[in-house]
Design a protein around this ligand. Structure first.
Ligand SMILES: Cc1cc2nc3c(=O)[nH]c(=O)nc-3n(C[C@H](O)[C@H](O)[C@H](O)COP(=O)(O)OP(=O)(O)OC[C@H]3O[C@@H](n4cnc5c(N)ncnc54)[C@H](O)[C@@H]3O)c2cc1C
Length: 290
């Protein structure tokens, strides 16, 4: 058995020095995805760099924008008052990830960098128009969340780069948001379909719609035609039903071990309808939806 080098940098400077010496080293945050991959022999590691002591990456700050460090635990996202009030969809998505033991270990950056099409926090970030901050030794680039994911397990991250934080614009107070997930088991299971939805509402009228879907395409996606269809419309029952049908047309699910593509399409229709209905009921004095 070959030796594995283990490093535990205390700050970003040390981290980038280590990465410069060994760009093929594996970044280890909570390890909840990596442990499973190692166990299943899906990856080989020669050098693990544990990020846990790089405290500079563990923060949530709010000023003009809200910034969330990559090392922030999913449990913190779930329980943060700021997340619950500013971005209920992100707090709800975090609440649905694994068990509390997993959420305590698992990090925001790990969930995003792992780039599973079902990644719970990815669709909220798309809907919130997040910007990913990516740093290398002497570089920094900002990538819109919509351009970050490249395919299952693939992102724009290059060797030697680290996702350090995600920057999120604040939503105006007329936005309402929700995250819904359906999985085979009620807990401890990844989404068959995840739906993140934010609507800017004036009573029952939709001024802006943002909808993200997880696990129905090679990456988490937005559904622009559906969003456009809803914009400037009064959200009646029939309008919502039509929008949920449109969302199905915009996704590209596959058959896999968990579900068939056609079942996933059914789920998209049901969950988008449920999300829109609940936001209108919550946000307006609506009697048009059931
Ligand atoms: C029992 C169980 C249940 C789960 N349930 C769910 C679920 O319901 N929903 C869901 O979405 N996921 C689920 N997961 C998957 C996993 O817990 C999450 O994806 C978690 O957020 C990963 O974070 P981590 O810190 O553990 O990542 P790690 O395993 O440490 O890393 C994951 C990947 O990201 C890379 N990485 C980590 N941090 C950075 C960074 N800052 N910059 C660049 N690359 C980085 C690593 O190198 C690795 O390739 C589950 C896992 C388990 C074991």
């Amino acid at each position: 058995m070959s030796k594995v080098i283990y490093s535990s940098p205390e700050n970003l400077k040390e981290l980038f020095q280590l990465l410069e010496q060994d760009q093929a080293a594996t970044l280890w945050a909570g390890g909840t995805d990596l442990t499973v991959k190692l166990e299943n022999k899906k990856i080989k590691v020669s050098h693990i760099i544990n990020l846990k002591n790089v405290k500079e990456l563990d923060f949530i700050t709010a000023s003009e924008t809200i910034r969330i460090g990559a090392l922030t635990s999913i449990r913190k996202l779930e329980t943060s008052n700021l997340m619950q009030t500013e971005y209920p969809l992100l707090a709800q998505a975090s609440h649905g990830l694994g068990s509390w033991q997993i959420r305590t270990l698992a990090t925001f950056g790990g969930n995003l960098a792992n780039a599973a099409p079902s990644a719970e926090t990815a669709t909220p970030i798309l809907v919130l128009n997040g910007t990913m901050i990516i740093k290398g030794k002497n570089t920094e680039r900002k990538v819109p969340a919509a351009e970050f994911f490249r395919g299952p397990g693939q992102t724009v991250l290059k060797q030697g780069e680290v996702l350090t934080e995600v920057e999120l614009p604040k939503l105006t107070s007329d936005f309402k948001s929700i995250y819904l997930k359906h999985s085979l088991r009620r807990s401890m299971d990844i989404a068959l379909v995840g739906v993140a939805c934010a609507l800017r509402l004036d009573g029952d009228k939709c001024l802006e719609a943002r909808i993200g879907l997880g696990a129905v395409a090679p990456t988490p996606i937005r559904v622009p035609k559906t969003e456009q269809f809803l914009t400037d419309k009064t959200l009646t029952t029939s309008m919502i039903a039509e929008a949920s049908r449109l969302a199905v047309e915009e996704c590209r699910p596959i058959d896999d071990i968990r579900a068939t593509a056609s079942y996933r399409r059914e789920l998209v229709q049901v969950l988008v309808k449920r999300a829109l209905t609940s936001l209108v009921k919550d946000g307006g004095s609506d009697e048009n939806t059931d």
